[in-house]
Design a binder for this molecule. Structure first.
Ligand SMILES: [Zn+2]
Length: 149
């Protein structure tokens, strides 16, 4: 079998399978080869366009779709993290389990804006985020837990 790239008078392109070149000539001469899209019988062979220019390096496809957002990591050392935590501890008010409630009050300006920290369940954090309240998870070293200011 031979595959020919064929085109009709209406610029439709399609593939035709034939036993041989003569088979194609015979069938197209008898108007037996018709365009599958419009039925046009004036079908001619096209140069093997799909194979032109594909030799060598493959060109990059259209601009890559934006990648899925990924978790971000920083390779800061442990001491920097510890200092960050210290800063947060020094500059936030520990409201404990009242954190979601207090965070909401601050967000809706029912209480003076201030930095707070505390505990919240994953569900509470999710609903805070849905309300547009920014919270970050804090990894507080065990030796700092339970310490009150
Ligand atoms: Zn056609």
């Amino acid at each position: 079998m031979i595959v020919f790239n064929l085109g009709c008078e209406n610029n439709h392109r399609f593939e035709g399978w034939f036993a041989s070149n003569e088979d194609f000539e015979r069938q197209s001469g008898s108007k037996l080869v018709t365009c599958p899209l419009c039925g046009n019988a004036n079908v001619s062979r096209l140069p093997h366009a799909p194979h032109i220019g594909t030799g060598g390096k493959q060109r990059p496809a259209s601009p890559a779709a934006p990648a899925q957002p990924q978790q971000q990591y920083a390779n800061v050392g442990k001491d920097i993290l510890a200092r960050m935590v210290e800063q947060v501890l020094e500059n936030t008010e520990d409201v404990g389990p009242a954190f979601p409630e207090e965070a909401r009050k601050i967000h809706y300006q029912e209480t003076p804006e201030r930095r707070i920290r505390g505990t919240a369940s994953r569900e509470e954090v999710e609903s805070l985020k849905e309300e547009g309240i920014e919270v970050v998870a804090l990894a507080i070293p065990a030796h700092r837990l339970g310490k009150t200011h």
